[in-house]
Design a protein around this ligand. Structure first.
Ligand code: FES
Length: 67
C-alpha cells in the first residue's frame, strides 16, 4: 500500500513535519494544537519557539542535529 500524503515526515537533521490536526506536547508537558496544514515540530530542542521549529537546527553543528 502506498501512502501519497503521509501525516508525519522526519527531515534528516531537522524537524518533523506533520500534516493535519495534531496535539504536540512541549518539554513542560503543555499541549499545543497544530494550526497549519503542515506544521514543523522541533526535534533538536534548540528552537526558541518550542515545540515548533524556528530554523535554529540549520546553524547547529552536525553532531547536534537530529538524525
Ligand atoms: S528542528 Fe528546527 S529548530 Fe529544532
Amino acid at each position: 500500500m502506498t501512502i501519497e500524503h503521509p501525516e508525519a515526515i522526519l527531515c534528516p537533521g531537522g524537524p518533523m513535519l506533520l500534516r493535519g490536526n495534531h496535539a504536540i506536547e512541549d518539554p513542560d508537558g503543555l499541549a499545543h494544537g497544530t494550526t497549519r496544514p503542515v506544521s514543523a515540530v522541533c526535534r533538536c530542542l534548540k528552537s526558541a519557539s518550542l515545540p515548533w521549529c524556528d530554523g535554529t537546527h540549520k546553524v547547529l553543528p552536525a553532531e547536534l542535529r537530529p538524525s
